[in-house]
Ligand binder design. Sequence first.
Ligand code: RET
Length: 233
Amino acid sequence: MSIFLQVGDLTGFSFFLASMALLAATIFFLLERRSVHRKWGLSLTIATLITGIAALHYHYMKHAWLLSSTSPTEIRYIDWLLTVPLMCIEFYLILRALGHASRHILYRLFGYSIGMLLFGYLGETLLIEPMLGFGVGLIFWGLIIFEVFKGEAAKAMELSSHLMLKSSFKLLRLFILIGWAIYPLGYYFGVSGGTELLNVAYNLADVINKIGFSLVIYLLARADSQIDSQITT
Ligand SMILES: *C/C=C(C)/C=C/C=C(C)/C=C/C1=C(C)CCCC1(C)C
C-alpha cells in the first residue's frame, strides 16, 4: 500500500477532490469575512466551521482510504456529528433574524439529526441490522424534513415578510430534502454495492451539501449587508 493516489482509484480521487474543494471554500469564507455586516458574523463563522471541520476530517479520511481502502466510518461520523448540528444552527439563526426563533425548534433539529446519525452509524458498523439502522435513520430524516417544510420552523418562517430571508430559508431546506437524499441512497446501495460506491456517494454529497449550503448563507449575508449599507449611506 502506498500513500499516493493510484491511477484509476476513483474513490481516492473523490476523497482528494472533496478535501481540496472544502479547503478552498474555507479559505474563501475566511477572506470574505469583511464583506458582510457584523450582524451576519455568527452565521458566516458557522458556515466557515462547517467547511473547515470537514476539510480537516477529509485530510484524515483520504489518508485512511489510501492506506487501507476501507471506509473511514468513524472519522466520517465524527465529522457529521459536528457539522450537521451546525447546519441546524444556521436555520435557527435565520429564524432569529426573521424575529420568530424558538429554542425548541433548535433542540428538536439537534435531537432528530443525532438520532439519524446514531442509527446510521450503528447500522453501517453492523452493531445493529443495517436495514434497521437505515429505517430508523430515515424516520429521523423525515422528522427534520417535516420540521422545516410543515412544522414549527416552517410556520415561523411564513410569519415574516422579509422576502430575501424567506427565499434563502426555502433554498436551504431544499438541501435537506434533495441534497441530503444522496446519503441514504449511498447507504442503501453501498451496503450491497460495496465501500467504493458508498464513499463516492458520501464524498459527492458532502461537497454539494457543505459547500452549497454555506455558499447560500454567505450570499444571503452579503446581499443583506449591501442593502444595509445602501440605507446608511
Ligand atoms: C455534512 C454532512 C451532512 C449534511 C450529512 C448528512 C447525513 C445524512 C442526511 C444521513 C442520512 C442517513 C439516513 C437518512 C438513513 C440512515 C443512514 C444515513 C445516516 C446515511
